[in-house]
Design a protein around this ligand. Sequence first.
Ligand SMILES: [Zn+2]
Length: 100
Amino acid sequence: MKKTKGEQCSKMIFEGRGWNHLCNNKAIIERDGKLYCKIHDPEYVKEKNAKLQAKWNVASAKRDEHWHRESVINSIFVGIDTAFIEKNIDRYKEMANETS
Ligand SMILES: [Zn+2]
């Protein structure tokens, strides 16, 4: 690997309206002939994105499960007065305990 001491990261920062500039950080690594600082190292970025994606997938699965549950519960009680359902919560719980 090439010595990167004192050299600048080659990541272009897009500030909008044409105010683009190179990252001001010092490079710590070379990938495919380009120098990168710690946060713009393509391998680091890839790893970080994969972690974010995995986290997002877990959150998304939880959300899907939540909505599925709501939809199942709602489909059971559709057309039944909410006050009536609330009054009978203990009975539903008993039923769940008996069958589980
Ligand atoms: Zn950088």
